[in-house]
Design a protein around this ligand. Structure first.
Ligand SMILES: Cc1cc2nc3c(=O)[nH]c(=O)nc-3n(C[C@H](O)[C@H](O)[C@H](O)COP(=O)(O)OP(=O)(O)OC[C@H]3O[C@@H](n4cnc5c(N)ncnc54)[C@H](O)[C@@H]3O)c2cc1C
Length: 415
């Protein structure tokens, strides 16, 4: 059985960045991808806006992926595409990985394992909609795949449920290709997508966004012919009498992304119910030593550049793994913050370059984020506005502080 120092599962931007970083060491590194081509979801994101941080340039998804793949070519990393990881087991020698490849089943062993398996979309089964089960109900990512990879038009006249970024991007794409988007219907009273996507994808194309509204029923036998739209109350329950029937041939769902962590579950990596990704320390090592997580399988990010950054951090951690015993303390936060990573700080690892990502629970103006160490406020940063769709990033030098017991993030109104 072939043995590697580091194996990375997933060849999207997180896995590519991890592979490029690890490939600069003299350790043996393998990158495994189930699809024929590297790049992950970037392959189908043909709009621009990627790379502003990493390349100081506005790139499309495929252009961003191409630069990463080019950088990978200059390393000694071994790449296996069309290879699906179906099983991982922890053994004394490390982790044994089973792959289904074109040559049949293969097994290999690694000392360090980086999980970069991305995220998946919530589907129609995960939102309560009554009615039949017709064709034409699809996720925004599937619509994106049909249009941008297969060159097929999945709809002529559709409605979009949910105002997540992929749905907004697809509203524009469908319109540009001659289709009609009747409207985007959002259950919450606030849009879920980034402000720039609301402006560039909806406002610029006169596509209406209806807040506090949802789809309650679908109609059609083989193919969708109409949907029922209802207003919702403060408890997000449909208001009787507000129903409206809208004729359309497709319902496109953009109702959230969930980190993909089947691989982590196979080896009992503890998962954080708040983020749905693994609990990790500041180097993105999970609570199961020698296993690291990055990209959207760790924390769903709205910017690919941050996804790449997490891959680099995880790889550096895997490269220096033999540091010794861990001394973990939890990083907690108040309820104004919906989620944050890392969940832990390892006091035995470097503390001078700690990156914290967080999302607020609600849209709020004039907020201040404080960092409380062992009960003392040591740092604060003001935010003009925080919005749940926009992930915030903080770079901290925590080596300046004595930390023994606790670290808390507190987001509060500016006094
Ligand atoms: C459907 C969809 C559409 C999106 N569209 C946009 C967009 O338009 N704009 C935008 O900014 N962001 C978009 N995103 C967000 C996007 O996911 C991130 O920006 C970025 O691609 C995440 O990088 P990643 O490396 O974490 O995951 P991914 O890019 O998803 O890469 C994960 C890789 O892991 C591989 N993999 C998973 N499991 C296995 C296994 N068992 N064995 C082998 N390989 C495996 C997958 O094949 C995939 O290539 C989209 C996300 C989704 C799910």
């Amino acid at each position: 059985m072939e043995t590697f120092d580091i194996v990375i599962i997933g060849g999207g931007p997180a896995g590519l960045a991890a592979a490029i970083t690890a490939g600069k060491s003299n350790q043996s590194v393998l990158l495994i991808e189930r699809e024929a081509r590297l790049g992950g979801i970037l392959k189908q994101c043909i709009h621009d806006g990627f790379g502003l941080i990493r390349y100081q340039e506005k790139l499309s998804g495929p252009e961003y992926a191409a630069l990463e793949i080019e950088a990978l070519r200059n390393t000694s990393v071994k790449v296996k595409t069309l290879s699906f990881v179906t099983d991982i087991e922890q053994e004394e020698i490390g982790f044994s990985i089973t792959l289904v490849t074109r040559n049949g089943i293969e097994k290999l062993v690694t000392h360090e394992l980086i999980l970069a398996t991305g995220c998946r979309e919530r589907t129609a089964k995960q939102v309560a909609i009554h009615g039949t089960n017709p064709g034409g109900v699809l996720t925004a990512g599937s619509a994106q795949y049909y249009m941008n990879i297969l060159g097929q038009m999945p709809t002529r006249k559709c409605v979009i449920l949910g105002s997540g970024d992929i749905g907004l991007i697809m509203a524009r794409r469908i319109t540009l290709e001659g289709g009609t988007v009747i409207g985007v219907y959002e259950l919450k009273n606030q849009p879920s997508g980034l402000t720039r996507n609301l402006i560039q994808c909806l406002d610029d194309f006169n596509i209406p966004l209806y807040l506090s509204t949802t789809i309650t029923r679908v109609f059609g036998a083989d193919r969708l012919i109409a949907v029922e739209v209802s207003r919702v109350d403060e408890l997000m329950q449909p208001i009787k009498g507000s129903e409206q029937i809208i004729e359309c041939d497709a319902l496109i769902l953009s109702v959230g992304l969930i980190p993909e962590n089947e691989m982590a579950e196979m080896i009992d990596v503890p998962l954080n119910p708040e983020t749905k990704g693994p609990f990790v320390d500041q180097t993105f090592e999970t609570l199961l030593p020698h296993v690291y997580s990055c990209g959207n399988s760790l924390y769903v990010s709205d910017v690919a550049d941050f996804v790449s950054e997490t891959g680099e951090i995880a790889a550096r951690s895997a490269m220096d793994s033999k540091i010794g015993a861990r001394n973990l303390i939890e990083i907690i936060h108040n309820s104004t913050i919906a989620s944050s990573i890392p969940s832990h700080l390892d006091l035995n690892k470097p503390l001078n370059h700690v990156i914290i990502y967080f999302r607020s629970r609600e849209c709020k103006n004039k907020q201040v984020l404080s960092l409380i160490i062992d009960g003392r406020a040591v740092f604060s940063k003001k935010f003009k506005q925080v919005r749940p769709p926009e992930m915030e990033r903080l770079l901290l030098d925590l080596s300046k502080y004595e930390i023994s017991k606790s670290l808390e993030l507190r987001l509060e109104d500016e006094s």
